[in-house]
Design a protein around this ligand. Structure first.
Ligand SMILES: [Zn+2]
Length: 300
């Protein structure tokens, strides 16, 4: 079974802010693991190789409006576009804070048309609600360019504001822009019910499962998430595999996460209650086909 990981990150300590480094230290401490201060394209490629991941999407975040960043917005776009340039199986989105207005719109168009970025990564915990009408020109542009938006949802690090990451603030956008492809990251962890509701009512909305490795010691939580997604008709056609690599490598390495999801079976505790068993062809949609269609525009 082929695998696409729609949610990975690369950086080095030279291109993130001092605040970001501190954030990573705090996050690692909370998880009881070592902070990852560098995540190079080489380490991503190596992990993909070892884990049987055929393609991956890199998701840069634009924190430049409220943090002093070593790279400007365009330099950051170019950095990520260049790092994936020699790896046909890895693509990058562009990270833009939509409060940048016209500058952001210009950069979105440049990133897609000139630098080959395949989508837009939006990070609301930096301080904005996605359904602000001021951002509608961004959504119109994404429809025109035919690219998806992947929006961070749910749990956010220490210095970010989690109220902006509530899935309900994506609903107005999804409803008003029916041709816009939206991916809600992390199935909104831990706000999965709100996320699944938004995805369920809006056929243009999908979810990615990255970050659920957090619950790997209590896999019942993951089964419950998939079971609920199935009831809400989000699984199997609008759920995408993702890892948030490298953030959970010490919790559950990519290889293990891939194996877990590939082999996912509802345990008897679920099927006995009436939850339907998942089939291999449904899992194949999550691991490959949905992302091939939604992110890569392929007919599968
Ligand atoms: Zn992420």
């Amino acid at each position: 079974m082929r695998v696409i990981d729609v949610h990975t990150h690369t950086w080095t300590r030279d291109i993130i802010s001092k605040k970001d480094i501190e954030t990573r230290r705090i996050a690692a401490e909370r998880l009881g693991v070592n902070p990852v201060l560098d995540s190079t394209i080489e380490s991503l490629l190596d992990a993909m190789n070892k884990s049987g991941v055929d393609r991956a999407v890199v998701l840069p975040i634009d924190s430049g409006l409220h943090q002093k960043m070593p790279l400007s917005l365009t330099e950051k776009t170019d950095y990520h576009a260049n790092e994936v340039a020699d790896s046909p199986n890895v693509v990058t989105f562009v990270g833009i804070d939509p409060r940048r207005g016209k500058t952001g719109l210009k950069e979105l168009e440049r990133a897609v048309k000139e630098k080959g970025c395949r989508g837009w990564k939006m990070y609301p915990p930096n301080g904005f609600y996605p359904d602000d009408k001021e951002f509608d020109p961004f959504y119109e542009l994404c429809v025109d360019l035919g690219i998806p938006i992947l929006i961070h949802q749910g749990f956010a690090p220490r210095f970010k504001h989690v109220k902006y990451a509530r899935p309900v603030y994506v609903d107005r956008v999804a409803a008003d822009f029916p041709d816009l492809k939206i991916i809600l990251a992390h199935v909104g962890f831990p706000w999965k019910d709100e996320t699944l509701m938004i995805a369920s009512k809006n056929p243009n909305v999908s979810v990615d499962v990255s970050g659920w490795q957090y619950a790997s010691t209590v896999p019942m939580k993951i089964y419950q998430m998939v079971a609920d997604a199935k009831i809400m008709r989000v699984f199997p056609n609008r759920m995408l595999f993702g890892s948030d690599y490298p953030l959970f490598e010490d919790t559950m390495p990519l290889k293990k996460w891939v194996e877990f999801f590939k082999g996912l079976q509802m345990p008897p505790e679920f099927t006995d209650q009436g939850y339907k068993q998942v089939r291999e062809d449904e899992i194949e949609k999550v691991m490959w086909k949905n992302a091939a269609r939604i992110v890569f525009g392929e007919k599968v």
